[in-house]
Design a protein around this ligand. Structure first.
Ligand SMILES: [Zn+2]
Ligand SMILES: [Zn+2]
Length: 435
């Protein structure tokens, strides 16, 4: 393990006096303070060569720093070592019997991942490990909502390889995406454009094991300019482009699984050929659709009609590649489907398991990481109370099993782990294998 000293944390009780020494007497430069709300602490960084000193000032009596100084007085609080791969570092420490405060990394400042090692194992010093965002993204630009990230990412779950792809971006009405949640709350997580739309990715997932399965396929390329304008479609990072980047050809796909048949999930199932005929995109694949969803999509009503475009799925039946399933079932070794309903009556998710590890493709049950809280449910959902029940059950399982969760519509985070901290649900972005 290669580690670099990042900073030394010093708990202070009298900030003015501490600055009089470190800044004025020692003559060190000081950066603008950073508030860490969750820890009720303000951090003042003073660069010293490649590393920094961090003066930690409690902002509330129940701050962990206040508790620390109440017990021990001001002084050295922790040292932070920067590592290239925090998961590997933690695994190595664990294998050698070190006591970890954080068994899995949690999000730190500036999109870093951090984890604490107990002082009992580090000879009386609290050691923080940190993997900075630059290392995490293999030096690709740091994603933010304003710069969506649709990089192809590979993950390994037991014997299965999971490849997160992209079919580009759509922009859906923010109000419809967050239902009863007021805009003053959701716009902090998902900024709206001038037409009140938020940026959403479309991220089909490939599961490679005994067979090669594609789950959902994005919007595809058959829609009109008017449609593209209404939904702000940007297919620069389309499925054919990202599949090619992943080394996959349409003929490699054995199974296509539909979470449901809405246009942003099923559009890529078919394409229009040179003669204007609509054909299955994946020539060798069997397309698996839930029978109830097929019935609903082929008999739409006033409330869901805008979501279903027959060209996306009827040609599959005509081509004889459609396979309807009635119940929750194993689709290939390690991949099971589960009906959640809620979003639409027969919406389903894919639960993936191999060698004791688990992953899940949750489609429109939890479309983005902003929908992690139970009550953040889409206005689009036809049966929101069913969404709530399915989400609660899934969240409990995902936290217990440390499930790697794929967020089909999140503009930045393709996959992450759900955790609960201080009563709040958070998503820790997952590190991918190198592409
Ligand atoms: Zn949908
Ligand atoms: Zn959707």
């Amino acid at each position: 393990m290669k580690a670099t000293l990042d900073h030394v944390g010093i708990a202070v009780t009298d900030l003015a006096a501490a600055l009089a020494f470190y800044r004025d007497a020692l003559g060190l430069d000081i950066e603008a303070p950073e508030a860490v709300a969750s820890q009720r602490v303000r951090a003042h960084f003073l660069p010293v060569g490649e590393a920094k000193l961090e003066l930690l000032e409690a902002t509330a009596p129940d701050s962990p720093i206040a508790k620390y100084t109440d017990k021990r007085g001001p002084g050295l609080h922790h040292i932070t070592l920067r590592v290239e791969d925090i998961h590997a570092a933690l695994a190595q420490l664990k294998a050698r019997g070190a006591r970890l405060i954080d068994e899995t990394p949690r999000p730190g400042a500036e999109h870093s991942l951090v984890a604490f090692v107990h002082p009992a194992s580090a000879h009386g010093v609290l050691v923080e490990l940190k993997q900075s965002a630059v290392d995490r993204q293999q030096a690709s630009p740091q994603p933010s909502v304003s710069s969506p990230d649709t990089v192809v990412r590979r993950y390994v779950v037991g014997d299965l390889e999971l490849i997160s792809l992209s079919d580009g971006l759509v922009h859906f009405d923010g109000g419809a995406m967050f239902g009863a949640v007021p805009k003053v709350m959701w716009e902090k997580k998902a900024p709206a454009d001038a037409r009140n739309r938020i940026t959403m990715a479309m991220r089909p997932l490939v599961v490679r094991g005994a067979r090669t399965m594609l789950i959902d396929a994005g919007l595809g390329g058959k829609e009109s300019a008017k449609f593209h304008d209404i939904y702000g479609v940007d297919r620069t990072r389309s499925l054919d482009v990202t599949m090619a980047e992943a080394g996959l050809a349409p003929g490699d796909i054995d199974i296509v699984l539909a979470s449901h048949l809405h246009f942003d999930h099923a559009g890529g199932f078919t394409y229009r050929d040179a003669d204007g005929r609509i054909r299955p995109t994946f020539p060798r694949a069997q397309y698996i659709v839930r029978r109830g969803e097929w019935e609903d999509a082929t008999h739409p009503h006033e409330r869901n009609r805008a979501s279903y475009l027959a060209d996306h799925y009827v040609p599959l039946a005509d081509a004889g590649v459609l396979q309807l399933v009635d119940d929750d079932a194993t689709i290939m070794p390690g991949v099971k489907i589960r009906r959640t309903g809620g979003h639409c009556r027969h919406h389903q998710i894919a639960l993936i398991e191999s060698k004791g590890r688990s992953a899940a493709f949750v489609a429109d049950l939890i479309p983005t990481t902003a929908h992690a809280a139970d009550a953040w449910i889409m206005g689009f959902d036809l049966y929101p109370m069913d969404t709530l029940a399915a989400k609660k059950q899934f969240m409990k399982e995902a936290i217990d099993k440390e499930t790697l969760v794929f967020f089909e519509h999140d503009p930045v985070i393709a996959a992450g782990y759900i955790q609960e901290r201080d009563g709040k649900r958070i998503v820790v972005p997952a590190l991918s294998e190198s592409p």
